[in-house]
Structures are given as C-alpha cells and as structure tokens.
Design a protein around this ligand. Structure first.
Ligand code: SF4
Ligand code: SF4
Length: 397
C-alpha cells in the first residue's frame, strides 16, 4: 500500500513539474564537521547567517526543525535555459546565471511542494494509511543542507563543483525539500562519485574558487572568490584583483556547470510549466543596464531573482563588466554613472573608466574624454572610497 502511494507520489510530482523525486529519513548531517571547518576558514565571506550558532545547530540535526516528522521528500526542478546566440561571447552583453533567467523560483517551488503535501494528505487519508499528513516545505530558505539530503534520497552525487549532479540529468536543478510526519519507504542513497579524475570545473573557474575535494571527499569552495557570491551576496566593493575575472557575468555564474561533462551530455532545456526565461535577462545590453534608475530597475526585474542584488549591487556588477569590455562605446554610460547617487556604483564606474583609459591611453581615441570625466568627478567627490577609486583609475591601476 505504502509502495503504491510512493509510486503515485512520484507521478504527482512529475505532474507538478518536478524532474525527480527521492525520499530519505531525517538524520543528523554527516557533513557538519566540514561545514564548521568551512565557516572557521571564513570561506562563507559576508554570508553571516550561515555562521549563526542556531543555524549551524539546526543544520546539524533536522529533527530540531520539525518535531515528529518521519520522512524527507526531496524534489528537483530543471532550470536550464539555453544561451541566446552570441551570449556569453559578446562582451557588450551581460550574462545572468541560468537559474535567474526565469521568475523567482522560491515561491514557485514552495507552492508546488505545498500542493504535493496537500495531495499526500488527501491520498494517505483516502487509502487509510494515516489520519492526515503534516509537513513543511523548504526551498533554499530553511536551515537545511538540501544537497546532502538530495544525495541521501538518491538524486545524485556531490560534484567537485559542489553541485548535486544527477547521472542522467546533470546539475541545472533547483532543490526543494518537504518534511512529512508519515514514514515513507526510503530510496537508496547515491554513493558513487562519478567525477573520477575529471577536474574540468576546477580548471575553468576564472577566480580559483574551487579547491577540490578535502580528505573526506567533500568538495570545497572558497565562496569569497566565487562570482555568484561576489555578484549577488557581497554588498560592498568587489575586490580589485577579482574584477577582471568576472568578465561579463553580471548576476551569478554557471561556468563550473557549463564545462561539466554530465551537463554537456544530459542537460535539457527546462520545459516545466511556470518556469520560463524572461527576455530581459537574456544577454541584456550592458550600456542599457547601466542607465537603469531605481524605478526602472524595480519594474524591469519585478519577480526576478536579480532583485536580490538590489540596484546598487547590480549596477556595480554591470560597471565591472563594462570595464572588462573596455570599449569606447561604454564611456558615455560610465561617465554618467560617475554622478550616480550610490557611491558603490560611482566607485566601480571609476574603475571601469580606468580600464578603458589603460587600454586607449590619454592621447588615444577617447582617452582625453575619460580622463576629463574622472578628474571632474574627483574635484567634487565627497566619499573617501570613491576618491580612492578615481585616483587609482587616473593612475592607471
Ligand atoms: S560559479 Fe563560477 S566563480 Fe563560482 S566556483 Fe563556479 S566557476 Fe567558479
Ligand atoms: S566538471 Fe568534472 S570534476 Fe567538475 S563536477 Fe563535473 S564531472 Fe566532477
């Protein structure tokens, strides 16, 4: 009876748009020692919420997050979106990470998980397997190590790029977790590491954020160097030495997934209902993005994960990408951004103009115009950090 319920649960999951569904039993995390070490080494950067003692303790033991639950249902949902022609190769256009090219997945996935819970509740009662089923849905917000649960539920292995990789579907998937108070038959955990001797992701990572496996076989990442962290989570300036490595990535990064042979072989574009890519995140013009006002940013990215970076963080990233493009065509947009109300945007626009100045030289094509814009701003600038950026740009650093 219970086996039939699980078979039907999988069908219902597929009907709701989930790519895969696995079941495991809640237990203490096997990776807590590693997680604590990761926090101790400060690899989490500014993501202080990860280091809070209550959050660590809840990660360590799922039982602390919901009393009386018996099973964990883990689902995946494909978010893969193909690149438009010319992207990411065109440095005048920004690249947004695949997961952020559709609408914000948190709400969508949570709603579907709640629908799944509703179905389970009705079916378990109807089949007289339980008086009812209670549960909680988590999507990237609960204190849960979703990827570890995914592995326990048989959905894939931890790749050296730190992603959960499915052997027939790759890794472009959101993970959602449903904790339920009904005991369901477990799936066998996924124990094989299919990375083998491959190190393609380590070699391709432009910032050297991936550090390989530790002595226990767990993949290690220094999040402080990861472009996803730098362009989304980091609130302040992007470190100088890492700015050139961002290229034209303006929100997140997929490079270590793009080079993964399992994605190259198996990843299919997402076709689930409700997750469509948005044209405004499909290789947008950097010059156009640099001109967005607060209101325009809000309207353009309404319901999009890009809003998480806020306008100031997003335009900081766009300015860096324009500096990496290094074209004269970027100068008018960057020169206007020197007057932006946000110091973070002004400082990165100064850096970007400095990159262009380096390339063309002061007597070169447009060089005088760039130097004049920087000098003029330096004359009126009040923010000490922006002053430093302006001076460094004029010195050609
Ligand atoms: S997301 Fe990009 S920057 Fe981060 S580890 Fe992967 S390749 Fe490196
Ligand atoms: S690129 Fe290679 S090493 Fe990296 S996650 Fe994929 S299979 Fe593993």
């Amino acid at each position: 009876m219970m086996e039939q319920l699980v078979r039907d649960l999988r069908k219902e999951g597929a009907r709701l748009g989930f790519q895969d569904l696995g079941i495991c039993t809640p237990r203490s995390s096997e990776h807590m020692g590693l997680f604590r070490e990761w926090i101790d080494r400060r690899f989490h950067g500014e993501m202080a919420y990860l280091a809070r003692p209550d959050s660590i303790a809840r990660r360590a033991n799922l039982r602390g997050t919901m009393e009386d639950f018996r099973s964990v249902v883990v689902v995946t949902q494909n978010y893969n979106q193909a690149d438009s022609p010319g992207v990411p190769g065109d440095p005048a256009r920004g690249v947004v990470a695949r997961y952020a090219r559709g609408q914000d997945y948190h709400e969508l996935l949570k709603r579907r998980l709640q629908e799944l819970l509703g179905w389970l509740n009705i079916e378990a009662k109807k089949r007289r397997l339980a008086g009812g089923v209670r549960g909680f849905a988590y999507v990237d917000t609960g204190p849960i190590l979703e990827r570890e649960l995914g592995q326990l539920a048989g959905l894939g292995w931890f790749g050296k790029n730190t992603m959960l990789i499915h052997p027939q579907k790759g890794s472009y998937s959101f993970l959602g977790v449903l904790l339920v108070d009904l005991r369901l038959p477990e799936d066998p955990r996924f124990d094989t590491d299919h990375c083998g001797t491959c190190e393609a992701c380590l070699e391709a990572c432009p910032t050297g954020a991936l550090l390989g496996r530790d002595q226990n076989g767990a993949p290690v990442m220094d999040a402080r160097r990861c472009i996803s962290y730098l362009t989304i989570e980091l609130k302040g300036p992007i470190p100088w030495e890492l700015r050139p490595s961002l290229g034209n990535r303006v929100f997140g990064c997929d490079i270590c997934q793009e080079v993964c042979p399992w994605n190259q072989r198996f990843a299919e574009p997402a076709s689930e209902p409700g997750y469509q890519g948005r044209p405004d995140t499909d290789g947008p013009s950097l010059v156009e993005l640099m001109a967005l006002s607060d209101d325009e940013f809000g309207v353009r990215f309404s319901g999009s994960p890009v809003k998480r970076a806020k306008r100031r963080g997003f335009l900081r990233n766009v300015a860096v990408a324009l500096g990496n493009w290094g074209s004269r065509d970027a100068v008018p947009a960057l020169a206007r951004a020197l007057d932006d109300p946000e110091p973070l945007v002004r400082g990165h626009a100064a850096w970007a103009l400095g990159q262009i100045l380096n390339r063309v030289g002061i007597p070169g094509d447009g060089g005088f115009e760039v130097a004049e814009a920087l000098l003029f701003r330096l004359h009126v600038e009040k923010d000490p950090w922006v002053e430093e950026e302006l001076e460094a740009a004029l010195r050609g650093e």
